[in-house]
Design a binder for this molecule. Sequence first.
Ligand code: DX5
Ligand code: ZN
Length: 216
Amino acid sequence: MRRIIAPSILAANFNHLEKDIEMINRSDAGFIHCDVMDGVFVPNISFGIPVIEHVKKIAQKPLDVHLMIVNPDGLIIPFAKAGASVITVHYEACKHLHRTVQLIKSQGIKASVCLNPHTPVAVLEDIISELDMVLLMSVNPGFGGQDFIENTYKKVTQLKTLIEKINPDCLIEVDGGVNFETGKNLFENGANVLVAGSFVFNSENPEETIHQLKIL
Ligand code: DX5
Ligand code: ZN
């Protein structure tokens, strides 16, 4: 089973972002998770295309771009051009999700859909065959450092069943409140990609924390 750690640079130190990206480059991380927030879909604003372009210049790992923005269609091509390898859009933010997913794939990059904690896995049944990854939020999106919502384990299991039936290559990513305990349970339930922000960057040795998460 594929296991990927995706440190979220939302928790990095923006006074020395380059140093933190270099740490991720050296580490066992598989993706660099970039949390883009618009202040409308979520009650917070983070960063956008110019920051992603600069991260791309020094990143040696694929950029996993999580768009927490309403009606993302007009920004898919700019984010792909900025260097995203995977773009995740929210189910709750797209009027024509199938069209948005095709637009992402037309850029030659991977397409992923995210579900908020209150959105049931079953809504993905008619789109899952098109997806490279599904992102399950295990906190309400908008902020790092929140407590993990336990109901996520059940959703990972449900999603794994759906994926095995329809699209076995699709990855399961989980985002929010990941630490050694929740991370271990998530991997055991079938998650493939763990996003970790504050747990990695607030730790004494972030590079070692990434390594330990990967071998849980
Ligand atoms: C929340 C973001 C997460 C967040 C995770 O909206 O999507 O990626 O940075 O942060 P932690 O790992 O601190 O819960
Ligand atoms: Zn995220």
